[in-house]
Structures are given as structure tokens and as C-alpha cells.
Design a protein around this ligand. Structure first.
Ligand SMILES: *[C@@H]1O[C@H](CO)[C@@H](O)[C@H](O)[C@H]1NC(C)=O
Length: 418
């Protein structure tokens, strides 16, 4: 009997301890007061896309990024901030536990301080440290700092797949919708190499969900650009800059077509720090953000860190929304109203190595047609043409000589048989 007593004590202590931990856990549960996104009195809704923050390299770069976020949010006073992936450079992890959470708490601080609700999707680097994709999404939804992030359904792949409705200014029925799509980590569609993508099951989930919802102007956010970002640039109608190849997946899962067919007329991406252009392709706006964070590479010298701003107007389709880049120093880069800037980019376009692994691997994919044409045409020169003609003449001469040789042989045979 005397021996059992300490056991009971231990059990009792355990019960108390677990009760305490339960109580402390409730501290992190999301408040039930739901943030409702809605158009303002004048019918506008403003989104700031914080692209590729890349916290976690050095304390100095993180502090700079804190300031960029605070400055841009105070200049723009948006209704929503979208974190389009790679918030944290997971590859800079030092191996300690709690590393990701520490960086994450730092980066949501200036957003919370500005009182701006936010929603995030994961990039390809966020889950390379001590937390999995699911743990990151759960961490964010527990943080109670204006997060609208949701854990996606199991049938979709990648865990940060969800949509957010924006109500009309008078409230009530949704007047616009944001699709937040997870493009995963590495590889796509059974292809091991290359960037991640929105996988087919996620597209099917979106398509199914979408068909059951009232049709409203819609846009989507994704971390990794789709291959069509190359096409919109190659057509020459995009506005903005391209200083690196489009790092799209090596396989095309058909996200662009699915969005187009479903009437989602804008797709905004991050991932490529040295690209910030936007353009219209088959009625859908494809737009890069602008590198916001100081960690990792980019933006190119002279650009300045900043963010893309999207101003939705009630009743307008998503691709018609006004959009511009706001820099950390307060300057506004209006890509559509700067022909000089755009002209300079045309020459830049020729200098930039076109395409990337995708079109080199699949030169005949529909989306690579413009690039293929460009590559073939760029190889046609007078010298090449003359070489080709010379080659044909030589070939013809060789054939004639061969024929004559055969004839002579036949004649000789005739003679000898006689
Ligand atoms: C989306 O759903 C529609 C029917 O609602 C269907 O016709 C279409 O093929 C689907 N698209 C994809 C990509 O699954």
C-alpha cells in the first residue's frame, strides 16, 4: 500500500500539469471574432502583396525587412496583406528548435502593428527549417494577429489552399474572391526536378468548389509562376522588368487554363526576385510581385525593395484592377505609365536568356511556342543561309557524281557480259 501512494501522487501531478498546459494552449486559439473583408464606402479594396520576405539570414536583413513592411503598409493602408510564400528562408536554418517560429513571430509583428489583416500561402523554402508545412499553417492560424490563413482540405495538395470572399461595401453577399493556392516545395506532377506547382488534385478541388459558389470577380495568388509567365513576356506586351528566367515548374498542370475557363482573371505570383512584370494573356492578368524582403538574392541593383499593390474596384473584373509597385522609400513605380521604362526593357528582353529549363526540356509544349519561334528566327542569318545553300549544292553534286559512277559501272558490266 505504501508503495502505491507515490504512484497516485505522480498521476495526480500529471493530471494537474496537463490541465495547466491545456489552459495555456487556449491562449493561442484564434479569437471567434471573425475579420470580414469588404469593399470600402467608395467600392475599393486594396491588397498589398508582400513577396519573398526571406527572413532568417541575418538580424540586419530581418530588421531592414521589418522596416520595409512597416513603411509600405503605412503608405498604402491596405485592406489586406497577402504573403505570397518564402516568408522565411528555411535553408538558413541553424538546426535549433523554435527557429522558424521566432522568425515568423518577427515578420507578423509589423503587419499586426499596422492593424492590417493578412493571409499567406507557403513557398518552396518555408518548410526547409524545423516546421512542416502543416505546422507552419497551424502556427499562423493560432497566432491571433489578424491572420485569415486557413488549413486547406486534404484532397488538395500543399496545405495552404483556401479562398477568401470579399463582401460588398454594404456587407452581405460576396462581391469578389481571392484564391490562395499552394505550389508546394520541389518538383511537380511526378517530375522530380524544377520548381513546385499547383498539383492537379488541387486544381480539381478548386474547380469543384468554385462551381458551387456564386460567380464574382476573382483573382488567385500562387508562389511559383506558371509557364504562361514566359509567354506573356515573349509576346512583348508585358509591363515591368525581367532580369532572370521564369522559374516555373517543368510540367504544366493546366492551372492557367483552369483559371481562365473558370473566369478567375488574374494570377499573382512571387518566387522570382528579379522579375516584376505584369501582362494580359488570353484575358488573364499574370503578374509578379516585387521583392519585398532583404534576405536572399534580389531585387536587382537600383530597383529598391517594395511591394505590388492591387486596387480592386467593386463590379470590375480582377484583371482590370489598377496595380502598381510601392517602394520602401515611398516612391510609386507605375509600370503602365512609364513608356521610357518599358522601352528600355525591350532591349533588356533581348539580352536576357530566354526561357529556362522548362522550354529547353519541352520545346514543343504549347506554352513554349513563342519562345521556340524566337529561338529559330534568331538563328536565321545570311551566313547560315549561304552555308545551307552551299550544303545543298554539294549534296546535289555528290548525287550526280554517284549516279554517273553507277551508270559507268552498268555499262562496263554490259561490255564484259558481251
Ligand atoms: C472544371 O469543371 C467544369 C465543370 O464544372 C469542367 O467542365 C472542366 O473540365 C473542369 N476543369 C478542370 C481543369 O478540371
Amino acid at each position: 500500500m505504501a508503495r502505491r501512494f507515490p504512484l497516485l501522487q505522480v498521476a495526480f501531478l500529471g493530471l494537474i500539469l496537463s490541465l495547466i498546459s491545456l489552459c495555456s494552449a487556449t491562449k493561442y486559439t484564434r479569437s471567434t471574432k471573425k475579420i470580414q473583408l469588404k469593399f470600402d464606402q467608395d467600392g475599393y479594396f486594396k491588397i498589398v502583396q508582400l513577396a519573398d520576405l526571406h527572413y532568417g539570414h541575418f538580424p540586419e536583413t530581418d530588421e531592414h525587412t521589418d522596416k520595409v513592411i512597416a513603411n509600405i503598409l503605412s503608405y498604402e493602408q491596405p485592406d489586406l496583406a497577402v504573403l505570397s510564400g518564402d516568408m522565411v528562408s528555411g535553408f538558413a536554418w541553424d538546426g535549433t528548435v523554435g527557429w522558424f517560429e521566432k522568425r515568423f513571430r518577427q515578420l507578423v509583428k509589423p503587419i499586426a502593428a499596422a492593424g492590417v489583416p493578412y493571409a499567406l500561402i507557403l513557398g518552396n523554402h518555408d518548410d526547409e527549417a524545423d516546421l512542416s508545412r502543416e505546422q507552419i499553417v497551424l502556427l499562423d492560424t493560432r497566432l491571433q494577429q489578424g491572420s485569415l490563413t486557413q488549413l486547406g482540405p486534404r484532397e488538395a495538395i500543399g496545405l495552404s489552399n483556401y479562398y477568401l470572399d470579399i463582401a460588398a461595401s454594404k456587407g452581405g453577399a460576396p462581391a469578389a474572391r481571392l484564391w490562395m493556392l499552394d505550389s508546394g516545395g520541389r518538383g511537380c506532377d511526378w517530375m522530380y526536378g524544377g520548381s513546385g506547382c499547383v498539383e492537379r488534385p488541387t486544381i480539381w478541388w478548386m474547380n469543384r468548389t468554385l462551381s458551387g459558389l456564386p460567380k464574382v470577380p476573382s483573382l488567385a495568388f500562387v508562389h511559383v509562376p506558371v509557364p504562361e509567365f514566359m509567354e506573356v513576356w515573349n509576346r512583348g506586351s508585358a509591363r515591368g522588368s525581367k532580369h532572370e528566367p521564369v522559374n516555373c515548374p517543368m510540367s504544366d498542370t493546366g492551372l492557367f487554363d483552369a483559371l481562365k475557363d473558370a473566369g478567375v482573371t488574374a494570377l499573382h505570383s512571387g518566387h522570382d526576385h528579379d522579375n516584376n512584370y505584369e501582362g494580359l494573356l488570353h484575358g488573364v492578368r499574370l503578374a509578379y510581385g516585387h521583392k519585398t524582403g532583404y534576405g536572399s538574392y534580389g531585387p536587382p541593383p537600383g530597383w529598391g525593395h517594395g511591394a505590388r499593390v492591387i486596387l480592386l474596384k467593386a463590379g470590375q473584373e480582377a484583371h482590370e484592377a489598377e496595380t502598381w509597385i510601392r517602394l520602401e522609400n515611398g516612391a510609386r513605380v507605375d509600370q503602365s505609365k512609364n513608356p521610357k521604362f518599358a522601352k528600355a526593357l525591350q532591349t533588356k528582353k533581348m539580352a536576357t536568356r530566354l526561357g529556362d529549363g522548362y522550354c529547353e526540356e519541352f520545346p514543343f509544349a504549347p506554352t513554349c511556342r513563342a519562345e521556340l519561334r524566337y529561338r529559330l528566327l534568331s538563328r536565321i542569318s545570311l551566313a547560315n543561309f549561304l552555308y545551307f545553300v552551299g550544303f545543298l549544292i554539294l549534296l546535289g553534286a555528290a548525287a550526280m557524281y554517284w549516279q554517273r559512277l553507277l551508270k559507268r559501272k552498268a555499262k562496263q558490266q554490259e561490255h564484259s557480259s558481251l
